[in-house]
Design a protein around this ligand. Structure first.
Ligand code: ME8
Length: 485
Protein backbone atom coordinates (compact mmCIF):
# COMPACT_ATOMS: atom_id res chain seq x y z
CA UNK A 1 0.00 0.00 0.00
CA UNK A 2 1.51 3.35 -0.98
CA UNK A 3 1.91 5.77 1.92
CA UNK A 4 0.82 9.38 1.73
CA UNK A 5 1.76 11.92 4.38
CA UNK A 6 -0.26 15.16 4.24
CA UNK A 7 -0.03 18.07 6.69
CA UNK A 8 -1.82 21.28 7.62
CA UNK A 9 0.05 24.16 9.25
CA UNK A 10 -0.21 24.25 13.01
CA UNK A 11 -2.29 27.35 13.68
CA UNK A 12 -1.37 29.84 16.39
CA UNK A 13 -3.17 29.04 19.61
CA UNK A 14 -3.72 32.76 20.04
CA UNK A 15 -7.43 32.84 19.29
CA UNK A 16 -10.44 30.88 18.10
CA UNK A 17 -10.49 29.16 14.72
CA UNK A 18 -12.06 31.09 11.84
CA UNK A 19 -13.15 30.01 8.38
CA UNK A 20 -9.64 30.49 6.99
CA UNK A 21 -8.31 27.78 9.30
CA UNK A 22 -11.39 25.68 8.64
CA UNK A 23 -10.92 26.03 4.89
CA UNK A 24 -7.32 24.84 5.18
CA UNK A 25 -8.10 21.80 7.30
CA UNK A 26 -11.17 20.82 5.26
CA UNK A 27 -9.12 21.08 2.08
CA UNK A 28 -6.49 18.73 3.54
CA UNK A 29 -9.15 16.39 4.93
CA UNK A 30 -10.83 16.10 1.54
CA UNK A 31 -7.55 15.19 -0.14
CA UNK A 32 -6.75 12.72 2.66
CA UNK A 33 -10.13 11.02 2.17
CA UNK A 34 -9.70 10.90 -1.59
CA UNK A 35 -6.21 9.37 -1.21
CA UNK A 36 -7.61 6.77 1.19
CA UNK A 37 -10.32 5.93 -1.30
CA UNK A 38 -7.53 5.24 -3.82
CA UNK A 39 -6.03 2.70 -1.43
CA UNK A 40 -3.24 4.85 0.03
CA UNK A 41 -2.07 4.45 3.60
CA UNK A 42 -2.59 8.07 4.68
CA UNK A 43 -1.15 9.93 7.63
CA UNK A 44 -2.82 13.32 8.05
CA UNK A 45 -1.39 15.70 10.64
CA UNK A 46 -2.95 18.79 12.21
CA UNK A 47 -2.19 20.73 15.36
CA UNK A 48 -1.44 23.96 17.16
CA UNK A 49 1.52 26.31 17.46
CA UNK A 50 1.44 27.23 21.13
CA UNK A 51 4.64 29.14 21.92
CA UNK A 52 5.84 32.66 21.17
CA UNK A 53 5.34 36.29 22.15
CA UNK A 54 1.94 36.62 20.52
CA UNK A 55 0.48 33.87 22.70
CA UNK A 56 2.34 35.01 25.80
CA UNK A 57 0.81 38.49 25.36
CA UNK A 58 -2.70 37.18 24.76
CA UNK A 59 -2.60 34.98 27.85
CA UNK A 60 -1.35 37.88 29.92
CA UNK A 61 -4.21 40.07 28.72
CA UNK A 62 -6.65 37.42 29.94
CA UNK A 63 -4.77 37.01 33.21
CA UNK A 64 -4.06 33.37 32.50
CA UNK A 65 -0.99 31.22 32.62
CA UNK A 66 0.02 30.61 29.00
CA UNK A 67 -0.39 26.85 29.38
CA UNK A 68 -3.92 27.25 30.73
CA UNK A 69 -4.69 29.66 27.92
CA UNK A 70 -3.48 27.32 25.15
CA UNK A 71 -5.19 24.32 26.73
CA UNK A 72 -8.51 26.17 26.40
CA UNK A 73 -7.82 27.15 22.81
CA UNK A 74 -6.84 23.57 21.98
CA UNK A 75 -10.21 22.37 23.28
CA UNK A 76 -12.04 24.76 20.97
CA UNK A 77 -10.02 23.64 17.98
CA UNK A 78 -10.60 19.97 18.67
CA UNK A 79 -14.31 20.61 19.03
CA UNK A 80 -14.40 22.61 15.81
CA UNK A 81 -12.55 19.97 13.79
CA UNK A 82 -14.76 17.31 15.25
CA UNK A 83 -17.88 19.19 14.21
CA UNK A 84 -16.52 19.38 10.65
CA UNK A 85 -15.67 15.70 10.33
CA UNK A 86 -11.91 16.18 10.16
CA UNK A 87 -10.13 12.82 10.18
CA UNK A 88 -6.63 13.84 11.24
CA UNK A 89 -4.39 10.94 12.27
CA UNK A 90 -2.77 12.96 15.04
CA UNK A 91 -3.08 16.44 16.48
CA UNK A 92 0.30 17.81 17.51
CA UNK A 93 0.62 20.53 20.15
CA UNK A 94 4.00 22.21 20.44
CA UNK A 95 3.76 22.33 24.23
CA UNK A 96 3.66 18.52 24.37
CA UNK A 97 6.61 16.53 25.74
CA UNK A 98 6.86 14.55 22.53
CA UNK A 99 7.27 17.71 20.46
CA UNK A 100 9.86 19.17 22.79
CA UNK A 101 11.98 16.02 22.75
CA UNK A 102 11.93 15.93 18.95
CA UNK A 103 12.79 19.62 18.61
CA UNK A 104 15.84 19.27 20.87
CA UNK A 105 17.03 16.32 18.85
CA UNK A 106 16.49 18.17 15.58
CA UNK A 107 18.24 21.35 16.76
CA UNK A 108 21.17 19.25 17.95
CA UNK A 109 21.55 17.97 14.39
CA UNK A 110 21.76 21.53 13.05
CA UNK A 111 24.22 22.47 15.76
CA UNK A 112 26.43 19.40 15.21
CA UNK A 113 26.42 20.16 11.54
CA UNK A 114 27.88 23.60 12.27
CA UNK A 115 24.87 25.49 10.92
CA UNK A 116 24.04 27.51 14.04
CA UNK A 117 26.07 30.58 14.93
CA UNK A 118 25.72 33.39 17.42
CA UNK A 119 24.98 36.89 16.21
CA UNK A 120 23.17 40.06 16.98
CA UNK A 121 19.92 41.13 15.50
CA UNK A 122 18.96 44.75 15.37
CA UNK A 123 15.82 45.68 13.56
CA UNK A 124 12.07 45.38 13.49
CA UNK A 125 9.92 42.54 14.77
CA UNK A 126 6.22 42.06 14.08
CA UNK A 127 4.59 40.01 16.81
CA UNK A 128 1.59 39.28 14.56
CA UNK A 129 3.89 37.65 11.99
CA UNK A 130 6.18 36.30 14.72
CA UNK A 131 8.89 37.40 12.36
CA UNK A 132 11.50 40.05 11.64
CA UNK A 133 10.35 42.56 9.06
CA UNK A 134 12.14 44.96 6.76
CA UNK A 135 11.58 48.70 6.79
CA UNK A 136 11.02 48.70 3.04
CA UNK A 137 8.15 46.23 3.32
CA UNK A 138 6.14 48.40 5.75
CA UNK A 139 3.21 50.50 4.64
CA UNK A 140 3.08 53.85 6.44
CA UNK A 141 5.28 52.35 9.11
CA UNK A 142 2.89 49.44 9.72
CA UNK A 143 3.14 45.73 8.96
CA UNK A 144 0.88 45.37 5.91
CA UNK A 145 -0.55 42.07 7.19
CA UNK A 146 -1.28 43.04 10.78
CA UNK A 147 -1.62 46.83 10.53
CA UNK A 148 0.50 47.35 13.63
CA UNK A 149 3.86 49.07 14.01
CA UNK A 150 6.64 46.50 14.50
CA UNK A 151 8.84 46.70 17.58
CA UNK A 152 12.41 47.93 17.30
CA UNK A 153 14.55 45.25 18.91
CA UNK A 154 18.21 44.64 19.47
CA UNK A 155 19.11 41.24 20.82
CA UNK A 156 21.54 38.41 20.72
CA UNK A 157 20.19 35.50 18.69
CA UNK A 158 21.47 32.24 17.38
CA UNK A 159 21.22 32.17 13.63
CA UNK A 160 20.78 29.40 11.14
CA UNK A 161 23.10 29.39 8.16
CA UNK A 162 20.42 29.53 5.51
CA UNK A 163 22.71 31.00 2.85
CA UNK A 164 24.66 27.79 2.63
CA UNK A 165 21.58 25.94 1.37
CA UNK A 166 20.02 28.50 -0.95
CA UNK A 167 21.67 27.39 -4.22
CA UNK A 168 20.56 23.80 -3.69
CA UNK A 169 17.04 24.82 -2.71
CA UNK A 170 16.77 27.04 -5.75
CA UNK A 171 17.87 24.16 -7.89
CA UNK A 172 15.36 21.75 -6.36
CA UNK A 173 12.50 24.21 -6.75
CA UNK A 174 13.43 24.89 -10.35
CA UNK A 175 13.77 21.25 -11.33
CA UNK A 176 10.55 20.27 -9.54
CA UNK A 177 12.16 17.94 -7.00
CA UNK A 178 10.55 20.28 -4.48
CA UNK A 179 7.29 21.03 -6.23
CA UNK A 180 5.51 24.24 -5.28
CA UNK A 181 1.97 24.55 -6.55
CA UNK A 182 0.63 26.73 -8.11
CA UNK A 183 3.28 27.99 -10.51
CA UNK A 184 2.81 31.60 -9.33
CA UNK A 185 3.88 30.60 -5.81
CA UNK A 186 6.86 28.70 -7.16
CA UNK A 187 7.93 31.88 -8.94
CA UNK A 188 7.37 33.85 -5.77
CA UNK A 189 9.67 31.50 -3.83
CA UNK A 190 12.35 31.80 -6.50
CA UNK A 191 12.08 35.60 -6.42
CA UNK A 192 12.41 35.58 -2.62
CA UNK A 193 15.58 33.48 -2.90
CA UNK A 194 16.99 36.04 -5.33
CA UNK A 195 16.31 39.13 -3.30
CA UNK A 196 14.73 38.87 0.08
CA UNK A 197 16.09 36.13 2.24
CA UNK A 198 18.78 36.11 4.95
CA UNK A 199 20.07 33.80 7.64
CA UNK A 200 17.31 33.66 10.22
CA UNK A 201 17.18 33.53 14.00
CA UNK A 202 16.38 30.17 15.44
CA UNK A 203 16.34 31.53 18.99
CA UNK A 204 14.96 34.62 20.76
CA UNK A 205 16.40 36.28 23.79
CA UNK A 206 14.41 37.20 26.86
CA UNK A 207 11.28 35.39 25.78
CA UNK A 208 10.05 32.92 28.37
CA UNK A 209 7.25 31.14 26.58
CA UNK A 210 9.15 28.66 24.44
CA UNK A 211 11.38 25.61 24.45
CA UNK A 212 14.68 26.52 26.17
CA UNK A 213 17.66 26.52 23.82
CA UNK A 214 20.03 23.99 25.37
CA UNK A 215 23.19 25.81 24.28
CA UNK A 216 22.40 29.22 25.81
CA UNK A 217 20.22 29.57 28.85
CA UNK A 218 19.05 33.09 27.99
CA UNK A 219 17.44 31.94 24.79
CA UNK A 220 14.37 29.97 23.76
CA UNK A 221 13.96 28.28 20.40
CA UNK A 222 12.36 30.67 17.98
CA UNK A 223 8.73 30.01 17.23
CA UNK A 224 9.24 29.31 13.51
CA UNK A 225 12.11 26.86 13.96
CA UNK A 226 10.07 25.19 16.68
CA UNK A 227 6.85 25.16 14.68
CA UNK A 228 8.18 23.73 11.41
CA UNK A 229 9.68 20.76 13.21
CA UNK A 230 6.14 19.69 14.19
CA UNK A 231 5.88 17.89 10.87
CA UNK A 232 8.56 15.48 12.11
CA UNK A 233 7.67 15.31 15.81
CA UNK A 234 4.06 14.41 15.09
CA UNK A 235 5.49 11.19 13.63
CA UNK A 236 7.68 10.66 16.73
CA UNK A 237 10.92 11.82 15.16
CA UNK A 238 13.67 10.58 15.35
CA UNK A 239 12.95 6.88 15.80
CA UNK A 240 9.19 6.43 15.99
CA UNK A 241 7.52 3.80 13.86
CA UNK A 242 5.39 6.44 12.16
CA UNK A 243 8.44 8.47 11.29
CA UNK A 244 10.07 5.46 9.66
CA UNK A 245 6.91 4.64 7.82
CA UNK A 246 5.60 8.01 6.65
CA UNK A 247 8.58 10.33 6.21
CA UNK A 248 9.05 12.39 3.99
CA UNK A 249 6.07 14.68 3.73
CA UNK A 250 4.21 14.08 0.49
CA UNK A 251 2.13 17.21 0.65
CA UNK A 252 2.12 20.32 2.80
CA UNK A 253 -1.07 22.38 2.53
CA UNK A 254 -0.32 25.96 3.56
CA UNK A 255 -1.62 29.50 3.14
CA UNK A 256 0.12 32.06 0.95
CA UNK A 257 1.49 34.11 3.86
CA UNK A 258 3.75 31.29 5.07
CA UNK A 259 5.15 30.17 1.74
CA UNK A 260 8.64 31.51 2.47
CA UNK A 261 8.96 29.53 5.68
CA UNK A 262 7.85 26.28 4.07
CA UNK A 263 9.53 26.49 0.70
CA UNK A 264 12.85 27.99 1.84
CA UNK A 265 13.52 27.88 5.60
CA UNK A 266 12.10 24.42 6.17
CA UNK A 267 13.89 22.59 3.32
CA UNK A 268 17.16 24.19 4.44
CA UNK A 269 16.64 23.00 8.01
CA UNK A 270 15.85 19.52 6.72
CA UNK A 271 18.98 19.40 4.59
CA UNK A 272 21.04 20.44 7.57
CA UNK A 273 19.43 17.73 9.70
CA UNK A 274 20.01 15.17 6.96
CA UNK A 275 16.33 14.49 6.32
CA UNK A 276 14.46 14.09 3.05
CA UNK A 277 12.55 17.13 1.79
CA UNK A 278 8.80 17.38 1.24
CA UNK A 279 7.71 16.37 -2.23
CA UNK A 280 4.99 18.94 -2.79
CA UNK A 281 3.78 22.16 -1.20
CA UNK A 282 0.33 23.39 -2.15
CA UNK A 283 -0.09 27.08 -1.38
CA UNK A 284 -3.65 28.33 -1.15
CA UNK A 285 -4.97 31.87 -1.21
CA UNK A 286 -6.58 33.63 1.72
CA UNK A 287 -10.16 34.47 2.59
CA UNK A 288 -11.23 38.02 3.26
CA UNK A 289 -14.73 38.79 4.54
CA UNK A 290 -16.62 41.78 3.13
CA UNK A 291 -13.41 42.93 1.46
CA UNK A 292 -11.30 42.93 4.63
CA UNK A 293 -8.99 40.67 6.52
CA UNK A 294 -10.91 38.95 9.30
CA UNK A 295 -10.43 40.74 12.59
CA UNK A 296 -12.20 40.95 15.90
CA UNK A 297 -11.96 44.75 15.81
CA UNK A 298 -13.73 44.93 12.47
CA UNK A 299 -16.17 42.27 13.64
CA UNK A 300 -16.12 40.28 10.41
CA UNK A 301 -14.78 36.98 11.74
CA UNK A 302 -16.85 33.98 10.63
CA UNK A 303 -16.80 31.13 13.12
CA UNK A 304 -16.77 27.65 11.55
CA UNK A 305 -18.56 26.16 14.57
CA UNK A 306 -21.45 28.60 14.00
CA UNK A 307 -21.50 27.56 10.36
CA UNK A 308 -21.55 23.87 11.27
CA UNK A 309 -24.44 24.55 13.68
CA UNK A 310 -26.41 26.36 11.03
CA UNK A 311 -25.67 24.29 7.91
CA UNK A 312 -24.28 21.02 9.25
CA UNK A 313 -20.76 19.68 8.85
CA UNK A 314 -20.97 18.55 5.24
CA UNK A 315 -22.65 21.66 3.90
CA UNK A 316 -20.03 23.80 5.67
CA UNK A 317 -17.29 21.74 4.06
CA UNK A 318 -18.93 22.28 0.69
CA UNK A 319 -19.58 25.98 1.22
CA UNK A 320 -15.98 26.67 2.18
CA UNK A 321 -14.44 24.72 -0.69
CA UNK A 322 -16.75 26.00 -3.40
CA UNK A 323 -16.20 29.76 -3.07
CA UNK A 324 -13.22 30.30 -5.35
CA UNK A 325 -10.27 28.31 -6.73
CA UNK A 326 -7.91 27.54 -3.86
CA UNK A 327 -4.89 28.89 -5.67
CA UNK A 328 -6.37 32.41 -5.55
CA UNK A 329 -7.35 34.82 -2.81
CA UNK A 330 -11.08 35.39 -2.50
CA UNK A 331 -13.67 37.41 -0.70
CA UNK A 332 -16.88 36.12 0.88
CA UNK A 333 -19.90 37.65 2.52
CA UNK A 334 -21.43 35.83 5.46
CA UNK A 335 -24.96 36.42 4.14
CA UNK A 336 -24.24 34.68 0.85
CA UNK A 337 -23.70 31.27 2.38
CA UNK A 338 -27.41 30.58 2.92
CA UNK A 339 -28.22 31.40 -0.72
CA UNK A 340 -25.50 29.14 -1.97
CA UNK A 341 -26.65 26.40 0.37
CA UNK A 342 -30.17 26.63 -1.01
CA UNK A 343 -29.22 26.87 -4.65
CA UNK A 344 -26.46 24.25 -4.82
CA UNK A 345 -27.36 21.81 -2.07
CA UNK A 346 -31.09 22.04 -1.31
CA UNK A 347 -32.25 22.79 -4.85
CA UNK A 348 -29.23 21.34 -6.63
CA UNK A 349 -27.92 17.97 -5.58
CA UNK A 350 -30.55 17.41 -2.86
CA UNK A 351 -33.42 17.98 -5.21
CA UNK A 352 -31.83 15.98 -8.02
CA UNK A 353 -31.51 12.93 -5.81
CA UNK A 354 -34.97 13.29 -4.28
CA UNK A 355 -36.65 13.72 -7.62
CA UNK A 356 -34.96 10.68 -9.12
CA UNK A 357 -35.52 8.48 -6.07
CA UNK A 358 -39.20 9.40 -5.91
CA UNK A 359 -39.71 8.30 -9.51
CA UNK A 360 -37.82 5.05 -8.93
CA UNK A 361 -40.07 4.24 -5.99
CA UNK A 362 -43.31 5.49 -7.50
CA UNK A 363 -42.89 3.88 -10.94
CA UNK A 364 -40.95 0.69 -10.14
CA UNK A 365 -41.11 0.18 -6.38
CA UNK A 366 -37.36 0.91 -6.35
CA UNK A 367 -36.41 -2.34 -8.09
CA UNK A 368 -35.01 -1.48 -11.51
CA UNK A 369 -34.43 -3.76 -14.47
CA UNK A 370 -30.73 -3.42 -15.19
CA UNK A 371 -30.93 -5.69 -18.24
CA UNK A 372 -32.64 -2.85 -20.09
CA UNK A 373 -29.35 -0.91 -20.24
CA UNK A 374 -28.28 2.71 -20.03
CA UNK A 375 -28.35 5.87 -22.09
CA UNK A 376 -25.05 6.03 -23.96
CA UNK A 377 -24.74 9.82 -23.93
CA UNK A 378 -24.96 10.01 -20.13
CA UNK A 379 -22.44 7.22 -19.82
CA UNK A 380 -20.03 9.15 -22.01
CA UNK A 381 -20.66 12.34 -20.09
CA UNK A 382 -19.92 10.55 -16.81
CA UNK A 383 -16.67 9.19 -18.21
CA UNK A 384 -15.62 12.65 -19.28
CA UNK A 385 -16.58 14.14 -15.92
CA UNK A 386 -14.70 11.43 -14.07
CA UNK A 387 -11.57 12.04 -16.06
CA UNK A 388 -11.44 15.73 -15.30
CA UNK A 389 -12.54 15.14 -11.71
CA UNK A 390 -9.57 12.81 -11.17
CA UNK A 391 -7.24 15.10 -13.02
CA UNK A 392 -8.35 18.03 -10.87
CA UNK A 393 -7.88 16.05 -7.69
CA UNK A 394 -4.40 14.98 -8.72
CA UNK A 395 -3.55 18.67 -9.04
CA UNK A 396 -5.38 19.56 -5.81
CA UNK A 397 -7.96 21.61 -7.70
CA UNK A 398 -10.87 20.85 -5.44
CA UNK A 399 -12.99 23.83 -6.45
CA UNK A 400 -12.63 22.76 -10.05
CA UNK A 401 -13.42 19.11 -9.21
CA UNK A 402 -16.61 20.20 -7.45
CA UNK A 403 -17.57 22.38 -10.39
CA UNK A 404 -17.33 19.33 -12.68
CA UNK A 405 -19.64 17.32 -10.42
CA UNK A 406 -22.19 20.11 -10.21
CA UNK A 407 -22.16 20.56 -13.97
CA UNK A 408 -22.92 16.86 -14.29
CA UNK A 409 -25.79 17.22 -11.82
CA UNK A 410 -27.25 20.00 -13.98
CA UNK A 411 -26.93 17.81 -17.04
CA UNK A 412 -28.70 14.94 -15.35
CA UNK A 413 -31.47 17.34 -14.38
CA UNK A 414 -31.75 18.44 -17.98
CA UNK A 415 -31.90 14.81 -19.03
CA UNK A 416 -34.90 14.27 -16.74
CA UNK A 417 -36.63 17.35 -18.13
CA UNK A 418 -36.02 16.18 -21.70
CA UNK A 419 -37.06 12.56 -21.19
CA UNK A 420 -40.07 13.29 -18.96
CA UNK A 421 -40.15 9.95 -17.14
CA UNK A 422 -43.63 10.79 -15.75
CA UNK A 423 -44.97 10.89 -19.30
CA UNK A 424 -43.14 7.67 -20.21
CA UNK A 425 -44.73 6.06 -17.17
CA UNK A 426 -48.17 7.29 -18.08
CA UNK A 427 -47.81 5.94 -21.61
CA UNK A 428 -46.31 2.68 -20.35
CA UNK A 429 -43.34 3.43 -22.59
CA UNK A 430 -40.54 0.86 -22.25
CA UNK A 431 -37.94 3.59 -22.40
CA UNK A 432 -38.78 4.38 -18.78
CA UNK A 433 -36.52 1.54 -17.62
CA UNK A 434 -33.57 2.92 -19.53
CA UNK A 435 -34.17 6.39 -18.11
CA UNK A 436 -34.42 5.15 -14.53
CA UNK A 437 -31.32 2.98 -14.94
CA UNK A 438 -29.50 5.98 -16.30
CA UNK A 439 -30.54 8.10 -13.33
CA UNK A 440 -29.39 5.44 -10.90
CA UNK A 441 -26.09 5.16 -12.71
CA UNK A 442 -25.62 8.94 -12.70
CA UNK A 443 -26.51 9.23 -9.03
CA UNK A 444 -24.08 6.50 -8.04
CA UNK A 445 -21.39 8.44 -9.85
CA UNK A 446 -22.33 11.69 -8.12
CA UNK A 447 -22.34 10.00 -4.75
CA UNK A 448 -18.89 8.54 -5.33
CA UNK A 449 -17.46 11.86 -6.45
CA UNK A 450 -18.93 13.81 -3.56
CA UNK A 451 -17.90 11.35 -0.89
CA UNK A 452 -14.58 12.97 0.12
CA UNK A 453 -16.31 16.37 0.27
CA UNK A 454 -19.46 15.41 2.18
CA UNK A 455 -18.77 12.09 3.84
CA UNK A 456 -21.72 11.94 6.26
CA UNK A 457 -24.43 13.01 3.85
CA UNK A 458 -23.11 10.61 1.25
CA UNK A 459 -23.21 7.83 3.78
CA UNK A 460 -26.88 8.63 4.48
CA UNK A 461 -27.59 8.66 0.75
CA UNK A 462 -25.86 5.31 0.27
CA UNK A 463 -27.85 3.65 3.04
CA UNK A 464 -31.06 5.06 1.65
CA UNK A 465 -30.18 3.87 -1.83
CA UNK A 466 -29.43 0.34 -0.65
CA UNK A 467 -32.89 0.12 0.88
CA UNK A 468 -34.49 1.72 -2.14
CA UNK A 469 -33.02 -0.71 -4.68
CA UNK A 470 -34.04 -3.65 -2.52
CA UNK A 471 -37.59 -2.41 -2.74
CA UNK A 472 -37.74 -1.65 0.99
CA UNK A 473 -38.98 1.94 0.71
CA UNK A 474 -42.58 2.99 0.47
CA UNK A 475 -43.99 5.85 -1.57
CA UNK A 476 -43.33 9.15 0.17
CA UNK A 477 -40.34 7.89 2.17
CA UNK A 478 -37.89 10.67 1.43
CA UNK A 479 -34.18 11.09 1.93
CA UNK A 480 -34.30 14.81 2.83
CA UNK A 481 -30.56 15.29 2.43
CA UNK A 482 -30.35 19.09 2.49
CA UNK A 483 -33.53 20.71 3.83
CA UNK A 484 -34.03 24.28 2.59
CA UNK A 485 -32.91 27.03 4.93
O1 ME8 B 1 0.95 31.04 10.50
N1 ME8 B 1 -7.83 32.44 4.66
O2 ME8 B 1 -0.50 30.13 12.04
P1 ME8 B 1 -1.88 30.87 11.68
C1 ME8 B 1 -7.44 31.18 4.40
N2 ME8 B 1 1.52 29.09 13.36
N3 ME8 B 1 -6.63 30.49 5.19
C2 ME8 B 1 -6.20 31.06 6.32
C3 ME8 B 1 -6.57 32.38 6.67
C4 ME8 B 1 -7.43 33.06 5.78
N4 ME8 B 1 -7.84 34.29 6.01
N5 ME8 B 1 -6.00 32.67 7.85
C5 ME8 B 1 -5.29 31.58 8.22
C6 ME8 B 1 0.72 30.33 11.46
N6 ME8 B 1 -5.42 30.60 7.31
C7 ME8 B 1 1.83 29.47 12.04
C8 ME8 B 1 2.02 28.28 11.13
S1 ME8 B 1 3.21 25.98 10.47
C9 ME8 B 1 4.64 25.23 10.80
C10 ME8 B 1 3.13 27.35 11.53
C11 ME8 B 1 -4.81 29.28 7.32
O3 ME8 B 1 -2.78 30.63 12.82
C12 ME8 B 1 -3.75 29.22 6.24
O4 ME8 B 1 -3.56 27.88 5.84
O5 ME8 B 1 -1.62 32.25 11.26
C13 ME8 B 1 -2.55 29.72 6.97
O6 ME8 B 1 -1.32 29.38 6.36
C14 ME8 B 1 -2.70 29.05 8.31
O7 ME8 B 1 -4.12 29.09 8.55
C15 ME8 B 1 -1.87 29.78 9.34
O8 ME8 B 1 -2.50 30.00 10.51
Amino acid sequence: MEKFYITTPIYYASGQPHIGHAFNVIFADTIARWKKSKGNDVFFSAGLDEYGSKIEEKAKKENKEPQVFVDEIAKTYLKAWDSLGITYSDFIRTTSAKHKAGVLEFVKKLKDNGDIYEGEYEGLYCVGCENFVLERNLVNGLCPDHLVAPQQIKEKNHFFNLKKYLPEIKNKIENGELKIIPESRKNESLAIIESDVYDFSITREGLKWGIPFPYDKNQVIYVWADALINYATVLDYPDGENFKKYWPVDLHIIGAEINKFHSIYWPAMLMSAGLALPKEIFVHGLYTVNGQKMSKTIGNVIDPIDMADKFGADATRYLLLSQFPASEHGDVKADDFANKYNSDLANGVGNQLERSFTMMIDFRGGVLDDKKGLEEKIKLLAEKTEKSYENNFENYKLYEALAEVFAFIKNLDRYINDEKPWALNKNKDEKLDIVLNTLLFGIEKIIGWLEPFMPNKINEAKNYLTKLTKGELKKGEKLGLFPRI
